[in-house]
Design a protein. Structure first.
Length: 116
């Protein structure tokens, strides 16, 4: 499950990937993907969005990783609070707030991969 989290964070960290995979669906080398998969993983499938700290020892290694996931969730929550959950992936990617999600996801990915 940790590998799946890392994969979703990698997707959230890469604007080029998001556009190619979620919007254009242009690369034959990419498996089908969309933002909704990441949202379901964080919010529905695992509950990481509700309380990342309860996943320490299961998926996360420590408080630093839990804080990093909380930062990602807070950025996503802010986007959904402002625009709702019904925009297309392309519309979310075009929002000013999306840059924050990419940034905190990059930070979280670094923490999970390198402890930094």
């Amino acid at each position: 499950m940790r590998e799946e989290l890392v994969s979703y964070l990698a997707g959230l960290s890469d604007s080029d990937y998001q556009f190619r995979a979620w919007v254009e669906r242009s690369s034959p080398n990419l498996a089908y993907d969309e933002l909704d998969y990441t949202i379901h993983f964080l919010y529905d499938d695992t509950g990481l969005a509700e309380n990342a700290y309860t996943w320490i020892g299961l998926v996360l290694k420590n408080d630093q990783e839990a804080r990093a996931i909380e930062d990602v969730v807070q950025a996503i929550d802010a986007l959904f609070d402002k625009y709702g959950p019904d925009l297309s992936d392309k519309e979310y990617l075009e929002k000013e707030e999306w840059a924050r999600i990419v940034c905190v996801s990059k930070d979280a990915l670094k923490v999970l991969l390198h402890g930094k």
